[in-house]
Design a protein. Structure first.
Length: 165
């Protein structure tokens, strides 16, 4: 799933952009700007979906590790990269530097942000008014998203502290 969502998103955006530039006349600036803005929102939605998929992968691996600790009495099979790295790269620590430390999902998020920036730039070229409104809405959405994420994280920390006591 890590690369299926970004690849599918890029393919869909590429096909729609190709069709838009081919079938929508260059005089229809507003239509193109609205289409580019809609594609940017679609890309943002797919970026959020990728984040959720990654989040649930991490939770599933933590659940599996907890089940192993309870059932296998001390013997665990590593499911995450850090645990498997101990077994796979015992002698070859040179891979722990530089570009090898970058996670693939971080690169996918960078790609999503690049696609959104490109689409908003294309919308700006077609109709600056629509693009400015879209950029302001994106900024408001991101601020609301960050606030909600912080509140949920705080609520989860409170639940964990409450359950432990």
């Amino acid at each position: 799933m890590l690369w299926q969502l970004p690849f599918g998103t890029m393919s869909a955006v590429g096909v729609i952009l190709t069709l838009a530039f081919h079938y929508i006349p260059s005089s229809e600036h507003v239509v193109r700007a609205i289409l580019f803005t809609a594609l940017a929102w679609f890309t943002l939605t797919m970026m959020h979906l990728s984040y959720k998929v990654r989040h649930f992968q991490i939770e599933r691996s933590a659940c599996i590790e907890a089940i192993e600790r309870e059932c296998l009495m001390g013997f665990t099979v590593p499911y995450n990269t850090e645990g498997a790295e101990k077994y796979a790269f015992r002698k070859e620590k040179r891979f722990k530097r530089g570009f090898y430390e970058v996670r693939s999902y971080h690169l996918a998020y960078i790609m999503y942000i690049g696609i959104i920036a490109m689409l908003l730039y294309l919308a700006y070229i077609e109709s600056p008014c629509i693009a400015i409104v879209a950029i302001v809405l994106f900024i408001i959405f991101i601020i609301i998203y960050i606030i909600i994420s912080w509140r949920r994280r705080g609520d989860k920390d409170g639940e964990i502290k409450h359950n432990r006591s």
